[in-house]
Design a protein around this ligand. Structure first.
Ligand code: SAM
Length: 249
């Protein structure tokens, strides 16, 4: 039926796409993608011909120009399938405006759910999953990053960040500094791929491990919530210092 179909695509292993996702890619009247080459490749791998259907590029930089064409197709009663370069659309990826406007114009907006690095990382990181806060990518400048980390560190939920390999060491060092060296964390790298790896440790341990390492691949960093019952050494030292200062006044 007519409507906008968000299709989740693999985050590494090409076989991580649902049967329904493939059906939608095979049958939609119009295809749209953040990266048309990767969608083409995925369809080739799964033997889905594009035929003479349009494959429209839709990403952060051309969204305003490309959106009217997709909305026009919806208005004509066509089905439009949209895929990110990898994973679930809208999760640290384009698609929000398209989803919002299509729904506001009364079109069916639906999703063929599938992989996302957030859920994949949470599943294997060994940190609590009952409450989590997906914080996406941190700001680029160190001062903004530290401020964001200090604020987020107060949240009573597992924090989930997307991070680049180049910035990982700096991010972990900033997190150890702003949130506390003893907070538990995990670094998940290359999920669903050949060199998938999960490292557990405190922020200080992980910052130390990655300090001089050359890291490659895609990364999710998870940080445990602070626990009021689990008083860290830093907390004790700080409390002692404060007590001494107040005594000396
Ligand atoms: N929409 C995607 C999703 O649902 O996960 C995320 C897109 S975002 C632009 C790309 C970031 O997601 C990467 O920089 C990395 O932090 C994370 N990511 C994506 N695939 C990953 C993988 N296989 N392993 C670890 N992290 C991954």
């Amino acid at each position: 039926p007519a409507g906008l179909y968000f299709v989740a695509t693999p985050i590494g292993n090409a076989r991580d796409i649902t049967l329904r996702g493939l059906d939608i890619l095979a049958s939609a009247d119009v295809l749209a993608a953040e990266d048309t080459r990767s969608l083409r490749r995925l369809m080739e791998i799964h033997g889905i011909p594009l035929g003479d259907r349009p494959l429209i590029s839709y990403h952060d930089h051309n969204g305003d120009r490309a959106r009217p064409r997709l909305l026009a197709a919806l208005a004509e009663g066509q089905s439009v399938a949209y895929a990110s370069e990898a994973g679930t659309p809208l999760i640290a990826d384009p698609g929000f405006d398209l989803s919002r406007v299509a729904a506001a114009e009364g079109h069916l907006v639906t999703s063929a759910p599938g992989p996302s690095a957030v859920a994949t990382a949470l599943t294997i990181a060994g940190l609590p999953t009952d409450r989590f806060l997906f914080a996406g990518f941190l700001p680029n400048t160190q001062s903004a990053r530290r401020k964001a980390l200090a604020e987020l560190g107060q949240t009573k939920a597992t924090l989930v960040f997307y991070e680049s390999p180049k910035r990982l060491a700096a991010m972990l060092a900033d997190a150890a500094e702003s949130i506390g060296p003893d907070r538990n964390a995990a670094v998940c790298r290359e999920l669903t791929k050949k060199f998938e790896e999960v490292r557990h440790g405190t922020l200080a341990e992980l910052a130390d491990q990655y300090a001089d390492a050359t890291v490659k691949g895609e990364i999710v960093v998870l940080i445990d919530r602070g626990s009021s019952t689990n008083i860290s050494e830093t907390d004790v030292t700080q409390a002692l210092e404060e007590a001494l200062v107040s005594m000396s006044v």
